[in-house]
Design a protein around this ligand. Structure first.
Ligand SMILES: Cc1cc2nc3c(=O)[nH]c(=O)nc-3n(C[C@H](O)[C@H](O)[C@H](O)COP(=O)(O)OP(=O)(O)OC[C@H]3O[C@@H](n4cnc5c(N)ncnc54)[C@H](O)[C@@H]3O)c2cc1C
Length: 239
């Protein structure tokens, strides 16, 4: 960075890399990450006929996952005219979304297929989604997160017909910056390691904050980290 005349840098590159399940059929046409689906619809106005942004306005959509972003994607798909199923591997009590979000999704007509986990996305001859093979789950002993671990019920697989699948399994920081920057420490989730009070990373003059440090979190935490980073950089430059 010195070569370009910068004395300090703040990295606020977020956690925009979506996770996928790694199951067969996941790269078929009609499979989206929730972030892509929401970006196309909301930011790129795919819902509006005056815009060219393509989106699959599916008739039957499965949103895989149970967080707030899954609820956003499910309600977006509903408003695009689809029958929408949330497919979540634990029970309602373990849904990570806020209770209000779940309530609103149900109120609007989203169907919850709980204790159900995808095994394979079924693809037609032209490479488009035609369904999903799922398996019923039951809850076993608590895992490291303290939540009861979902366990497959052998032989309970069944197929559902679908034309769109939205994967909403969380996101992680894009590893581009950390993998190309020598001496920038990251943790095992690829989040940049930075001091909470001033954003200082393991590399001198480099500060970081927001989702890139915490993993997917909230706007208010990212704003706080921005302020802490600004203070840290100010102190560093005035040393
Ligand atoms: C669908 C969805 C709904 C959400 N709803 C809420 C909510 O209701 N309330 C709430 O508090 N939070 C919500 N969040 C979380 C919130 O959006 C994030 O916690 C917050 O935006 C994090 O801010 P940030 O500045 O760290 O990263 P971001 O807002 O993700 O900004 C990072 C920016 O860096 C850019 N970038 C990435 N890599 C590079 C690079 N190499 N070079 C240059 N630029 C780069 C990205 O394009 C992006 O513009 C939601 C998130 C999602 C995905």
């Amino acid at each position: 960075m010195e070569e370009e005349g910068f004395e300090a840098v703040f990295i606020g590159s977020g956690a925009g890399l979506p996770m996928f399940m790694g199951i067969p059929g996941e790269n078929a046409n009609g499979v989206f990450s929730a972030n892509e689906y929401l970006t196309r619809s909301n930011l790129m106005k795919a819902f509006d006929d005056n815009y060219d942004t393509p989106i699959v306005a599916g008739k039957k959509v499965a949103v895989v996952g149970g967080g707030n972003v899954a609820m956003d994607a499910a309600r977006t798909a509903l408003r695009l005219g689809a029958e929408v199923h949330i497919v979540y591997r634990r029970s309602e009590a373990e849904l990570p979304a806020r209770v209000e979000e779940v309530h609103h999704a149900k109120e609007e007509g989203v169907i919850f297929d709980l204790l159900t986990n995808p095994k394979e996305i079924l693809v037609d001859d032209n490479g488009y989604v035609k369904g999903m093979k799922v398996i019923k789950m039951e809850l076993g002993e608590p895992d490291a997160s303290g939540r009861r671990r979902p366990v497959e019920i052998p032989g309970s697989e069944y197929e559902i017909e679908l034309d769109t699948v939205v994967m909403s399994l969380g996101t992680s920081p894009n590893p581009l910056i950390s993998s190309t920057t020598k001496g920038l420490e990251v943790n095992r989730r690829k989040c940049i390691v930075a001091e909470e009070e001033n954003g200082q990373t393991s590399k001198e003059g480099v500060y970081a904050g927001g989702d890139a440090v915490t993993g997917a979190a909230t706007v208010i935490l990212a704003m706080g980290a921005g302020k802490a980073g600004a203070k840290g950089i100010d102190e560093y430059l005035n040393k």
